[in-house]
Design a protein around this ligand. Structure first.
Ligand code: DC
Length: 223
C-alpha cells in the first residue's frame, strides 16, 4: 500500500517541524522541513550576495542558484541541512537568518527554484512536509492536510526557548517582533502566501502539549 503524503502548514513556531519529525518516525516515512530550505538560501545570500550596505542583492542571488546545493543528511538519526557539503543546521536558526528569510521566501525566483524538488520528493508517497504553502501549492493533492496555529504569546515563548536551547542569544521582545513581522510578510505575499488550504484540518495548539498535538494528528490519520 502506498504510504501517505501529509502536508503540515501554519504559523511560525507552532511546532510544525518537531511534530512532523516525530510523526515521520512513528509512521516510518520521510520528513521534509521546507522552512530549512528557505533558511539555507537566506544563509547562502548573507554569505555571498550582499550589497555594500549589507542588504541582500537579490539579482546576484538569482544568478547564483546554480552554485547552491542543499541536501539533508542523516546525522545520528537527525536530519541536518548541508549547503555545498557544509553543515549549516545551526547557522540557519540564527537571528540574522530569521530576520531576512521572509524577504527571500517571497521572491518568485526562489519559490520556483525550490518547487519542483519538493514535489519530486513526494512523488512516491511516504512523506510529511511542513511549511507555509504545502497544502495549497506544493502538494495540493496531499492525502492529509493540517494547519497549525497558536497564540503569539505561546509561540514567542516556544521560539525563545528553542533559541536558548541552541545556545543562541535571544531577547524575548525581539523574538516576538520577528514572529509578528514574518507572519505578516508570509501571509501577505503575492506568491504562495501562508494560508489554510480549504480542506486542511485546523489545530490550535496554544493549550496543547507537543504530545497532545501529535496525538490529535495521529487520530485524524487513522480516520
Ligand atoms: O518554518 P520556518 O520558520 O523555519 O520557516 C522560515 C521562513 O521560510 C518562514 O518565515 C517563511 C518561509 N517558508 C515559506 O515561505 N514557505 C515554506 N513552505 C516554508 C517556509
Amino acid at each position: 500500500m502506498k504510504k501517505p503524503v501529509i502536508a503540515i502548514d501554519g504559523f511560525s513556531s507552532t511546532g510544525k517541524s518537531s511534530i512532523s519529525k516525530i510523526i515521520a518516525e512513528k509512521l516510518g516515512i520521510v520528513h521534509l522541513d521546507t522552512g530549512a530550505l528557505y533558511r539555507g538560501i537566506t544563509w547562502f545570500a548573507l554569505q555571498n550576495c550582499l550589497n555594500e550596505d549589507q542588504t541582500i542583492n537579490l539579482e546576484q542571488l538569482f544568478d547564483s542558484f546554480s552554485l547552491i546545493e542543499l541536501e539533508f543528511k542523516n546525522d545520528n538519526g537527525e536530519l541536518v541541512l548541508f549547503l555545498n557539503h557544509i553543515n549549516i543546521s545551526k547557522e540557519i536558526r540564527s537571528n540574522e537568518v530569521s530576520d531576512n528569510v521572509s524577504l527571500i521566501a517571497k521572491q518568485k525566483e526562489v519559490r520556483d527554484f525550490l518547487l519542483q524538488s519538493q514535489r519530486n520528493l513526494a512523488e512516491k508517497g511516504g512523506i510529511i512536509m511542513d511549511g507555509r504553502d504545502i497544502g495549497t501549492v506544493v502538494l495540493p493533492n496531499a492525502d492529509f492536510k493540517f494547519f497549525l496555529t497558536a497564540s503569539i504569546e505561546e509561540r514567542t515563548k516556544r521560539r525563545y526557548q528553542e533559541l536558548l536551547s541552541l545556545g543562541i542569544e535571544a531577547d524575548e521582545k525581539q523574538v516576538k517582533q520577528n514572529l509578528v513581522a514574518r507572519d505578516k510578510i508570509d501571509s501577505e505575499r503575492e506568491i504562495a502566501p501562508l494560508k489554510r488550504a480549504e480542506d486542511a484540518i485546523v489545530i490550535d495548539n496554544t493549550m496543547l502539549t507537543k504530545k497532545e498535538t501529535i496525538e490529535s494528528i495521529l487520530t485524524h490519520l487513522k480516520n
